[in-house]
Design a protein around this ligand. Sequence first.
Ligand code: 6R9
Length: 650
Amino acid sequence: MSTQSLYPVSPELAGSAKINDEQYKKMYQESIVNPEGFWREHGQRISWFKDFSKIRKVSFDDHNLYIKWFYDGTLNASYNCLDRHLEQRGDQTAILWEGDDASDQRTLTYRELHAEVCKFANALRSQGVRRGDVVTIYMPMVPEAAIAMLACARIGAVHSVIFGGFSPDSIASRINDGRSKVVITADEGIRGGRIIPLKDNIDMALQHPDVTTVEKVIMFKRTGNDAVNYESGRDIWWHDLISVASEHCEAREMNAEDPLFILYTSGSTGQPKGVLHTTGGYMVYAAMTHEYVFDYRDNEVYWCTADVGWITGHTYMVYGPLANGATVLMHEGVPNYPSPARLPEMIDRHKVNILYTAPTLIRALMAQGKEHFNDMDGSSLRIMGSVGEPINPEAWRWYHEVVGKEQCPIVDTWWQTETGGCLITPLPGATDLKPGSASRPFFGVQPALVDNMGNLIEGAGEGNLVMLDSWPGQMRSVYGDHDRFVLTYFKTFRGMYFTGDGAKRDEDGYYWITGRVDDVINVSGHRLGTAEIESALVAHESVAEAAVVGYPHDIKGQGIYAYVTLNQGIEQTEELRQQLRHWVRSEIGALASPDLVQWAPGLPKTRSGKIMRRFLRKIAADEVSALGDASTLADPSVLDDLIGTRLNRA
Ligand code: 6R9
């Protein structure tokens, strides 16, 4: 890398930040050489009911796999986010909320948030929710989403948050997998001026014949639309429940390894899996990474634009910042609605110090022009973050220059639902930045690159990204299917955690994530399995076969390109193409709807019938001049046909 593309740590931050480069190197070294001592100390950053004496018990051996952290300690996650702050910062704002319509503003102090969580925790108990029960949360971005999560944690129930963009079918399979008895939702949500029929979606999901466990649906009144269905006996209004609930609710003493939540995420095969996180290690890791990665300081206003339905919304909007006593800005809508000026306006209105967002938003803002930022003061802003997908250097520079006025370091944080918190990330006072690189590992994290045979690659090079050892925030299992956990993450490369990503490492030891190496695509930072979309497509009566790949998309990072073979006698019409896009939207959710649908009379297959996706990826990317060796295809002529009718042309 040339030094021109290096953005060194500012002398001011090197002097004032919580961690400078020298400290980073020293602490990183210690975390690897003496993990027991390192984590014994840092485990203390959260409050324990009963202190731990055991630090870690880990084996990545696929025949005998176990991962435990702080495992004889007891604690409560909600206590850590609320009770322990009351004395010091009871009157400090915990959640600063702005509605989709900017005239809607609400604040909750730590004391108020604590009271609301206690009331709702009692309400959940009154509905029969017990320790270990899975509670499904399908909520808009309102403080009650966080209240619901923390209330579950308070009584030892396990929350399973479903992103508001998922369809009734997707909700049904998640409820079913978790065997939830209680669902928490709202009448409707509002996002970017559009109404989201949350309760209608839940009603439809519950009509699904497979869904038999749900007894109660708790509904928060957001819009107050009278037309929303209310089924007496099953449905209960949130406000009715809390109006009779006590503000006193002791936080339940949980073991460090008791489950805290499940979050569904897509992989390369099958249905989305329930990533299981436990309490102690997750909380330590969430709090610690939030403090160091954002150089978070007391009393700062911190804004994470992620939806609570994703892992970023869990770790860096709820658990990490609240454990650290931060003031969290929560926004109901999207940061570029009603215009791109919404983002700078919100930063100035709330004097935001730390902004954490996604490359797809930056690219969308970039496309709309920097003039929307002319009136921005921006002087409060100190640190900016990026997450969800690789950030291209152009977007990085635009973010740095236009949003950060060249004053704010960008932490490009690489991590996954499975990792619980950031694994590869710059630290603002320690890391010289290279646009496009997530840079170096966080404390205790041991990334490595391996070739396809599993051989370690030393020095500068490129390969599959793996982790050689555990960190406290690591997922512990796939809910209800531990074998799938072992198979998915620990069998590809024996004795290592496989991330599913590819990466390069440069001469300085910086990591550059190149993207997924499996059949997962990343659309606007949302993970989707191509297999899920394919199975939705083939479930349509007109479709015989489908293959889905990602292709480069200016705003979304990747778009969804579907090759569809229709059943005999079905006509290839524009109408059917639209129908299929809508079909996938209703089967999975709008985020999975294919951008491009190409009719494919045949798909490139080997003689044994395996679809050769690398050809399909190249055609979708409009890279047709060097397709590579097609001699193993059963019928190489299908390629000419697909190339001839390809849809994404320069
Ligand atoms: C936190 C989150 C995980 C996948 C991951 C990778 C991609 C996330 C990234 C990044 C490059 C970054 N990814 N952050 N790629 N640079 N800074 O996004 O979790 O939804 O599970 O997605 O996202 O491919 O494997 P999740």
